[in-house]
Design a protein around this ligand. Structure first.
Ligand code: BV8
Ligand code: ZN
Length: 244
């Protein structure tokens, strides 16, 4: 009876269309705490309480303190072997699309280019009024930052709870999931929708879906198999088991 690892490797050897969905677990080995693994608390409050338009309207400075803490974590973090293996998979499988829920920018820093950031990125912020965009990970001296052009509030370019996902990113991610022969679901608790639904879209379209996560999730029973290891170890092992 082949192990899930062997079944995944042989599926990848046969496949030409492979894509992936990632969550906070991919960045855990870069030292960035996950949301629900760390008891889901950030500075003592739940992500669903600070990551909403209402929270920002009520207290933009408190929300910006939360994101500035996340920006500092991201600035000090480095992509890990899992991020790098995912960037290498993009080279190996033309058409590979990485849909990430992460906002830490580490996939891009690891070299992933066929990437959609479903929930935005803490590297970018935009003016609530004139939509002027600024992009950096530098420390922000003044919180909340204001627009240099019109003086209004800048907000993180993040999809908060209750906000729609970027239309283009969501469409591309769905298309890639639907077209996949093998779909990797890496480091996500699969609790947040519609992102988690990509795994179901892939499975319904006939893909072999494998979960790479030390823990089982609500969607595990829907998948072909699971590699119960940290992604920073599992992904390089999978990559090195592929020919060439
Ligand atoms: C929308 C930005 C509608 C913020 C985020 C009730 C039921 C179902 C759905 C809903 C509901 N009530 C509300 C909803 C909808 C809501 C939702 O899904 N809520 C959840 C909480 C139930 N969704 C939304 O609001 C979405 N928008 O629906 O809009 C709409 C449509 C049209 C027009 C108008 C409106 C928007 C969702 C996006 C929210 N923003 N992020 C920020 O990051 O600051 S979501 C947030 O959670 C992060 O992006 C994060 O990525 C995401 C998911 O978490 P995970 O990445 O999975 O991380 P988690 O900690 O949960 O899990 C980590 C996993 O890694 C674990 O499984 C662990 O075992 C594993 N792991 C640990 N170490 C490792 C590892 N794996 C591998 N290797 C390791 N080393
Ligand atoms: Zn402005």
């Amino acid at each position: 009876m082949p192990s899930d690892f062997e079944r995944l490797v042989s599926a990848l050897r046969r496949a030409s269309r492979v894509s992936a969905l990632t969550g906070a677990g991919v960045s855990a080995e870069s030292g960035i705490a996950t949301f629900r693994g760390a008891g889901g608390l950030w500075e003592g409050h739940r992500i669903e309480e600070v990551a909403t338009p209402e929270a920002f309207a009520e207290d933009p400075e408190r929300v910006w303190r939360f994101y500035e803490m996340r920006r500092r974590n991201a600035r000090e973090a480095r992509p890990n072997a899992g991020h790098e293996a995912l960037a290498a998979l993009e080279e190996r499988f033309p058409g590979f699309l990485l849909a990430t829920q992460n906002v830490d920018g580490l996939h891009r820093r690891a070299g992933s280019r066929n990437l959609v950031e479903l929930h935005g990125s803490i590297v970018r912020r935009y003016c609530v009024r004139c939509r002027r965009i600024e992009e950096d990970l530098e420390p922000l001296e003044v919180l909340p930052p204001v627009c240099e052009a019109c003086g209004n509030l800048m907000r993180p370019d993040i999809v908060w709870f209750g906000e729609p996902l970027p239309v283009e990113a969501w469409a591309d991610a769905q298309e890639a999931a639907r077209a996949s022969e093998v779909y990797l679901v890496v480091g996500t608790s699969a609790e947040v929708y519609p992102a988690a639904g990509l795994a179901l879209i892939a499975a319904d379209a006939g893909a072999e879906v494998f979960e790479i996560n030390p823990a089982a999730t609500a969607l595990s029973p829907m998948f072909s198999g699971a590699i119960r290891e940290p992604s920073g170890e599992a992904l390089p092992r999978i990559l090195s088991a592929l020919p060439g």
